[in-house]
Design a protein around this ligand. Structure first.
Ligand code: 4AD
Ligand code: MG
Length: 435
């Protein structure tokens, strides 16, 4: 019996007769030959059926197989530099149909509009481009976990049902939680602060939710965020950590996903520059505003950056840039004030080059219990819901800091994708709940 082999392992089986279990992605025929493009989830490859090698019935039925017929194909692997996808192909000896599609497959090999493709996301996922994106996403997730695990951070899972807003009340998803209201977590940060006091260096990595009512190419309503938090860490070290972390992710993807980036036609010139030894630029919010204005950008005093401002900063530096000390006014309640200028927060955002915008937000947290109480009041947040959070300050408060990196924005940047909807298997946006 021929052994079942995955396409990604095919190089180890040249000249052997094996089985591929997968789907018919595409086919064409010329006289005595059928050329079948097969996919099995791990890769795509060509298999060739020669009329003289199989029964006349099998040759005939194979010529009529529809796209996405599921099949088990047996044959001999040979090296062939000219073959599509990979430099190997299979000479088919037998083909068994598992299931024939009930009709024509909705996603053909012609161009389809994005709206149509998003409606058929469950099928669109099967195409080479989407497979490549998901492979990069997987690699980034693996690099993230690897980085924190190697640096001895402990993974602490944070809850999704939460009693109050952490990142502002405008984009909260409210849900009934038995007899009370609950909100889907916008961040795991507050829980990581408690965990940092228990374990020192921690991180959480999970889905977060924001009722983003704007339709932009950078916003999802459900996205994944990884959030490290470290006790006794201050702003400078937080920036060091964020930089080391992002370098590690990019290096991993460049090393392990060269093939995928090629499929995505990603120009990697600027990504490769990440490895340059000089540190990422670090500028204050005020310096960033000057750069924006010097480049002809308009921004009101003390205003938050919009996408065009971030794009300008990205173009100016062509590397990820760390912008620190934004106006306290425009930031979340938990931010620690800069003791040298109380109008500024000890926070930092990392802005990716090439117009991909903010990928990281974080900073030092207020650790003085009274100042934190004042901030909760000033932001009109319900004090009762934060009593536990204040306890973290009441019992052995220490300076601490951390940040959150948005997974989908990072995937979009590294893959060079215009819109975040392609960076997650099943995107959730204001106008998107299915499939
Ligand atoms: O800057 P944000 O809002 O920071 C926090 O939530 C902090 N509590 C994190 C922390 O310090 N532990 O969000 C962090 C990152 C952003 O930089 C962005 O990459 C991503 O999360 N993000 C989104 N990604 C996709 N869709 C959205 N609607 C996003 N909102 C934020
Ligand atoms: Mg932010």
């Amino acid at each position: 019996m021929a052994e079942h082999i995955y396409i990604e392992d095919i190089a180890e089986h040249v000249d052997e007769t094996i089985k591929i279990k997968g789907w018919l992605y595409n086919s064409r025929s010329s006289g005595k030959l059928h050329f079948l493009e097969l996919r099995d989830g791990t890769g795509f490859m060509q298999a060739v059926m020669f009329k003289g090698d199989v029964s006349p019935e099998l040759f005939d039925t194979t010529g009529h197989l529809r796209q996405e017929t599921s099949v088990v194909v047996t044959g001999k692997v040979r090296a062939d530099e000219r073959a599509p996808f990979i430099p190997f192909e299979m000479g088919i000896e037998d083909l068994e149909v598992i299931a024939e599609p009930v009709g024509d497959y909705p996603i053909t090999h012609k161009e389809h509009g994005v709206a149509y493709l998003m409606e058929n996301r469950h099928l669109w996922l099967r195409t080479p481009r989407q497979v490549a994106i998901m492979k990069v996403r997987h690699e980034i997730i693996s690099a993230i976990r690897g980085f924190f695990d190697d640096n001895k951070f402990r993974l602490v899972d944070s809850p999704i049902f939460t009693p109050a807003a952490a990142e502002g009340t405008t984009d909260l998803f409210e849900t009934q939680y038995f007899s009370q209201k609950a909100y889907l977590a916008q961040t795991g940060q507050l829980y990581m602060e408690a965990a940092a006091a228990a374990f020192g260096k921690v991180y959480c990595f999970g889905p977060t939710f924001r009722a983003e009512k704007s339709k932009t190419r950078r916003h999802l309503t459900e996205f994944w965020m990884v959030e490290p938090e470290v006790a006794f860490m201050e702003l400078e070290e937080n920036m060091d950590l964020a930089e080391k972390f992002v370098r590690a992710i990019v290096e991993r993807v460049l090393t392990n996903c060269a093939k995928e980036l090629e499929i995505l036609e990603r120009d990697t010139t600027l990504l490769e520059k990440i490895a340059d030894p000089e540190p990422f630029p670090r500028i204050s919010y005020d310096e960033a505003v000057e750069i924006i204005r010097a480049n002809g950008g308009e921004i009101e005093d003390e205003a938050d950056f919009g996408a065009p401002h971030e794009t300008m900063l990205g173009e100016h530096f062509e590397r990820p840039v760390l912008v620190h000390r934004y106006p306290l006014e425009i930031k979340a309640f938990y931010m620690r004030k800069d003791p040298n200028d109380e109008t500024r927060a000890l926070c930092v955002d990392m802005i990716a080059p090439e117009g991909f915008g903010e990928i990281i937000g974080g900073g030092e947290r207020e650790y003085d219990v009274e100042k934190l109480e004042e901030a909760i009041k000033a932001h009109n947040l319900p004090m009762e819901a934060f009593e536990w959070y204040l306890d973290v300050r009441r019992y052995g408060s220490v300076p601490h800091a951390g940040f959150g990196l948005g997974l989908e924005r990072t995937v979009a940047w590294i893959c060079g994708l215009h819109h975040v909807r392609e960076t997650i298997p099943f995107a959730r946006m204001m106008d998107k709940l299915t499939p």
